[in-house]
Write a protein of this length. Structure first.
Length: 386
């Protein structure tokens, strides 16, 4: 069953949701005891040793539901019972084109939301029963993948799910917000803080209706930037509601787009450009930045591309690398990012992306991925409830 859900739709989480669910609880017990026990750091616990996962067994074979060991966790990690899973293009592209899969069986999935059922001995900020948002950027570690019932993740790199959000809304946040944040704070060098330092200038986003584009728009507005979004006009009202100052039809010719941008920015030019779509559109954005460079400053425009960047680029543009792995490799940065963006989410300064909703658990993910491949995401995230 598929339904399209706007971000304003809510599901009330009752007080009982703060406890471990019965299905999980019945499989958690104190070692050496016949009676179920709630979790404590003084009493080691075990879960059922097996779980259901959605596996890539071969590049040419359909995805398969298999039994797989529940991930073990290290002292700083937590085990999350996934309740909703977000889908990304990499989830179907990797299998179709044969990249990012390092052994068989392989488990895909990079983001989810769910309930904490087990915590490591050194975890301080999260407890069993908490609802959290997961973004896995440790791509080679299948324990952190989300196309499975349980995901192991570093406790210091998860968001607490705000009470105002559903699990499905939480599942739209992880990868998109992390990628937007890496571009904004690492590539472009904005100050990472709960109190945004105001800046000026224009940010051009090609692919403004992509999930990354939507979160980037919201971050940029918090810092005072003016946002020009290149997207289908079908999404104009939605993008403007999130902070876009100008939405330009992506179906126009490059010359027409350049003319419109020049009429908007004048001599000020564009300081920052991001491409969220392809290597081909990265080339177009670089050309636009060159053609609309400021006559008031000698500083080069800065560009970041998340899909591909051409080897040659105009001298008037500085290429900034997008280093997603900094989120988990630089723990201090990752923790600061979680702290700042948790504040933004709790204060509704950043809103989750609207989503297309699939109900049916792990079994329906394959169908949802086929829809994502064939239909594409149009100003939305694909989310599967577990």
């Amino acid at each position: 069953m598929v339904t399209y859900t706007e971000v304003s739709r809510k599901r009330e989480r009752t007080d009982s949701d703060s406890e471990l669910d019965p299905v999980t609880l019945r499989k958690i017990q104190k070692v050496g005891s016949e009676e179920p026990e709630t979790e404590s750091k003084d009493a080691p616990i075990i879960l059922s040793r097996s779980q259901s996962v959605l596996s890539v067994t071969d590049l040419k074979e359909p995805l398969a539901i298999q039994s797989h060991p529940v991930p073990e966790i290290s002292p700083n990690e937590i085990l999350v019972h996934n309740r909703a899973i977000g889908l990304n293009p990499i989830d179907w592209k990797g299998k179709k084109y044969g990249f990012g899969i390092y052994h068989f069986p392989w488990i895909n999935g990079r983001e989810s939301s769910g309930k904490v059922v087990h915590v490591g001995s050194e975890v301080k900020n999260v407890k069993a029963g908490d609802d959290v948002i997961v973004s896995s950027t440790s791509y080679r570690d299948n324990r952190t993948s989300t196309f499975q019932e349980y995901t192991a993740i570093d406790s210091r790199l998860v968001w607490k799910l705000p009470k105002s959000l559903t699990y499905e809304e939480g599942a739209t946040i992880g990868v998109g917000l992390v990628t937007a944040g890496i571009i904004f704070y690492n590539s472009f060098g904005f100050q990472l803080s709960e109190i945004p330092e105001q800046a000026d200038g224009y940010l051009l986003i090609w692919g403004g209706a992509t999930v990354v584009g939507i979160y980037l728009t919201q971050l940029a507005k918090l810092y005072g930037l003016k946002v020009i979004s290149i997207a289908s006009l079908d999404h104009k009202d939605y993008l403007v509601s999130l902070g876009a100052d100008h939405v330009i039809n992506r179906h126009l010719t490059e010359a027409q787009i350049v003319a419109k941008i020049k009429s908007i920015v004048g001599e000020e030019g564009i300081k920052y450009g991001v491409d969220c779509v392809s290597k081909q559109t990265s080339t177009i954005v670089l050309d636009i930045l060159d053609q609309t460079k400021s006559s008031l400053s000698t500083e080069p425009a800065q560009f970041a591309g998340i899909v591909g960047v051409p080897k040659e680029h105009p001298e008037s543009v500085e290429i900034k690398e997008v280093v997603i792995k900094r989120f988990h490799e630089d723990l201090k940065f990752g923790e600061q990012f979680i702290t700042a963006t948790s504040h933004f989410l709790n204060k509704r300064l950043i809103k989750p992306v609207r989503y297309r909703h699939y109900k049916g658990g792990l079994h329906i993910i394959d169908n949802a991925l086929k829809d994502l491949e064939n239909k594409g995401a149009k100003g939305e995230k694909y989310v599967v409830s577990i």
